[in-house]
Design a binder for this molecule. Structure first.
Ligand code: CDP
Ligand code: CDP
Length: 231
């Protein structure tokens, strides 16, 4: 059975969603879409144009500018996955800072932002053969996805994973600031009105607090093979 399926991976911040999604896309020859990168790119745009800061959010101005914000993915042969571009510029590194993480949940709560990005995500996935990770992929973007995963891990584990990543790329961050950001985003993403982070009824929950990357890949590969057989 070489039928292409749609795989939706949702869950809390730093649970390992993109790690799983990239591995699956590589193994299956599917397209990987990091939907969080799209929300991060819009956030970076808002920051660069001073539409958002510690004490203000010019949300109407951002909404007006939305049609001029072009987000695209360009496959990087050397890395083996697609990098995100904002108006033609590679922003893959700039969107991963703790500063962007501090504003992104506010930007992602704006319904107009979500509508534009969800439309684009559905277009990318219209021919199946896609693995997309985010917060609302199984609930809103692809409610008919062939396989839905909901990934969880304890907040401390997730903050440690993210802290390690940021330090490794040379960002000088404080562990407690990372933990606070993870917890604040969990709360904001789960409690917003438009497309909150919730487990889809038909999603399979995986708690990987005590799983290695290899262990989780083994378990998930098995679920994927079964979903392909069902399709
Ligand atoms: O990688 P990390 O778990 O830190 O987050 P991400 O996947 O890059 O997503 C960053 C933020 O974008 C999330 O905290 C959400 O506020 C937002 N997001 C969303 O609202 N819907 C999605 N489908 C993906 C991300
Ligand atoms: O995409 P998301 O924010 O959910 O997480 P990620 O960027 O895939 O993973 C965050 C970090 O946790 C990465 O450095 C992974 O290698 C690590 N990780 C881990 O150590 N053990 C797991 N079972 C899953 C992820």
């Amino acid at each position: 059975n070489n039928k292409k399926i749609t795989i939706a991976i949702d869950g809390f911040s730093s649970t390992g969603k993109s790690t799983i999604a990239k591995q699956l896309a590589k193994q299956l020859g599917y397209v990987y879409v990091d939907s969080g990168a799209m929300y991060r790119a819009v956030t970076l745009y808002a920051m660069q144009n001073n539409f958002i800061g510690e004490t203000y959010f010019k949300v109407e101005t951002l909404i007006e500018q939305l049609p001029t914000i072009d987000i695209s993915f360009v496959f990087n042969e050397a890395l083996g996955f697609a990098e995100v571009y904002l108006n033609g510029i590679n922003v893959e590194k700039n969107i991963r800072t703790l500063e962007v993480s501090g504003f992104v949940s506010k930007v992602a709560a704006v319904p107009e932002v979500r509508k534009q990005l969800v439309d684009q995500q559905r277009k990318i996935g219209e021919n199946k053969g896609v693995v997309m990770d985010g917060r609302d992929i199984g609930t809103v973007v692809f409610p008919n996805a062939d396989l839905k995963l909901f990934v969880t891990a304890s907040a401390g584990t997730r903050a440690e994973r993210r802290y390690k990543e940021l330090i490794e790329r040379g960002d000088r961050v404080d562990y407690n600031a990372v933990l606070k950001n993870v917890q604040e985003r969990d709360y904001m993403d789960s409690n917003r009105k438009d497309s909150p982070l919730v487990k889809a009824k038909d999603a399979i929950e995986i708690d990987n607090s005590n799983m290695s990357v290899e262990e989780q890949f083994e378990i998930i590969s098995d679920l994927v093979n079964k979903a392909i057989l069902r399709a």
